[in-house]
Design a binder for this molecule. Structure first.
Ligand SMILES: [Zn+2]
Length: 509
């Protein structure tokens, strides 16, 4: 394998280093400027900062890949724009074929009302359509899909009805999962989806993705990962988190054994305890400020959640529990605390841990329960104060307090919900979008979310920037030590190196 020499880079704020990698490892870090012998790929850093490879601790690359080829409704601010994008999707489909899309947010529409099936039925008479909200916890169905799915007579809070008792087309949580279970899938398509995302992630400086596979497509997605790994086609590293539904499949097929290698292995079990704040399905201790009739939805009883956590722990898997509302975080912390012991050796963690008052921060810290946070949610959730009120919103995404109180928190995008860019994530953690807040992180803290803490939260804690460590590196286009936080979002990625191989590089001499 050809060696790689990164020349004139900045490490820890000190300039003039050169780093030599060979056979997948960092061989030498020094300030010498001796010309390397032949057979070496040289990357000129021109003073840019070099870091251990950035890690996204929670993303859905298969869903993002799927989004890239379906109807993208992100950024639509009115029904005209929404309908135009759906029409374009229907024109690309055969009559009768499912049309899927995602990314709308009613908070951006005039009047902030949920869209209804009546608003899309006239443009989609022949195709069943499912369009999920940006959070992925609720979706709009057209009348054709309600008919195809046999949902016409369904009742319950997961099937929204209007004042006349008619289905509006909005479905939530488990009802939506049933819809996704019926969409056509294949391993080939999943592999293509993953590769389109992998290329983008590499350009953004990511070397490792903690990859959540979906509840409905896990067979095809695990097959795709195994196939790409076997053919040597993966360029990034994957730590995979599977849904409870996948456990029997993994046991029965033995596919788990094919997913153990330097680039990919199954890390843990992903469990959903609640929904999202945007959809008002996150489980709160007190009612929503903008809907006093609702405290959200807990998906499991305490016993059921504990059972799932134990099934992960007893298999040696890391349990990662999605919990956004304070009631769900409390339930998750109890369930994880029961198996974590004093030091939480399996590094069980809570995904999001969004609404986190002091008592829950203490509870998590005491039990060494880890967290995965999404700094870009802070800048996106402009409606949070409506949902929670002025008082509670102060404990939403309290990143600095979490770190100060000893919670090991790692950073992530939850892509496709937010951009995969770890630099944008750090920018959001440091600036909170310009808001006045005592929860802004320092550069070192923001970096730790995507490096030290992320390695620790994904079971790779031995790695880092030292001689002998695996050569997983991210090289930025400038020296960011001392950078003004607002300027961080402008910083580019010069090179991304995984296992000693550049997967993305602008600087090759
Ligand atoms: Zn997620």
């Amino acid at each position: 394998m050809k060696g790689v020499l990164i020349r004139d880079c900045s490490i820890g704020g000190k300039t003039g280093y050169q780093v030599y990698c060979q056979d997948g490892r960092i061989v030498r870090i020094d300030e010498a400027s001796a010309a390397p012998s032949g057979g070496v790929e040289i990357i000129d850093a021109n003073g840019g900062s070099l870091f251990p490879g950035f890690i996204d601790s929670h993303c859905h690359p298969f869903e993002y890949g799927w989004l890239k080829r379906s109807v993208d409704l992100r950024g639509t601010t009115n029904m005209t724009a929404f309908r135009l994008r759906v029409v374009a999707g229907i024109q690309r489909a055969e009559p009768g074929e499912w049309v899927s899309g995602m990314g709308w947010d009613q908070e951006a529409f005039p009047g902030k009302g949920m869209p209804t099936r009546k608003e899309i039925d006239d443009i989609s008479p022949k195709n069943p359509v499912v369009l999920s909200r940006v959070c992925g916890h609720i979706a709009l169905l057209n009348s054709r899909s309600i008919e195809v799915l046999g949902f016409t007579n369904r009742t319950g809070e997961e099937y929204e009805r209007d004042g006349n008792g008619e289905l509006t087309g909005i479905v939530k949580e488990r009802a939506l999962e049933e819809v996704y279970g019926k969409l056509p899938r294949s391993a080939e398509r999943s592999a293509a989806d993953l590769q389109s995302v992998e290329a983008e992630a590499g350009r953004l400086g990511l070397t490792t993705l903690h990859c959540i596979v979906s509840r409905d497509g896990f067979r095809e997605e695990l097959e795709a990962l195994a196939g790409l790994a076997a053919s040597g086609s993966l360029s990034l590293r994957y730590r995979v988190y599977v849904p409870p539904e996948a456990i029997d499949y993994i046991d029965a097929t033995g596919i788990g054994k094919k997913l153990v290698g330097p680039l990919v292995w199954i890390n843990g079990l992903k469990i959903y305890a609640d929904g999202s704040l945007g959809a008002r399905t996150a489980a709160l201790r007190e009612p929503y400020s903008d809907d006093p009739s609702s405290t959200g939805i807990l998906r499991y009883t305490d016993e059921q959640l504990s059972e799932l956590v134990e099934s992960a722990d007893s298999r040696g898997l890391q349990a990662v529990v999605h919990a956004i509302g304070d009631r769900a975080v409390e339930q998750a912390a109890e369930a994880l605390g029961r198996v974590a012991g004093a030091h939480n050796p399996r590094r069980h963690r809570i995904e999001h841990a969004s609404l986190l008052p002091k008592d829950l921060r203490s509870k998590m810290a005491r039990r060494s329960i880890r967290a995965t946070v999404q700094p870009l949610f802070i800048t996106s959730d402009s409606w949070a104060v409506d949902r929670l009120g002025e008082e509670r919103v102060r404990n939403l995404y309290p990143l600095k307090s979490m770190l100060a109180e000893g919670i090991v928190a790692s950073g992530s995008s939850d892509s496709p919900i937010e951009s995969l860019s770890p630099i944008l994530g750090m920018w959001a953690a440091m600036t909170r979008g310009g808001a006045d807040s005592h929860e802004k992180l320092s550069l070192e803290q923001a970096l730790s979310l995507y490096t030290t803490n992320a390695r620790s939260n994904g079971l790779d804690s031995a790695e880092g920037m030292s001689e002998g460590a695996p050569a997983n590196l991210t090289l930025l286009d400038s020296d960011i030590s001392g950078i003004h936080p607002a300027l961080l979002r402008k910083v580019g990625v010069l090179a991304t190196i995984v296992g000693g191989t550049p997967v993305h590089s602008y600087g090759t001499a």
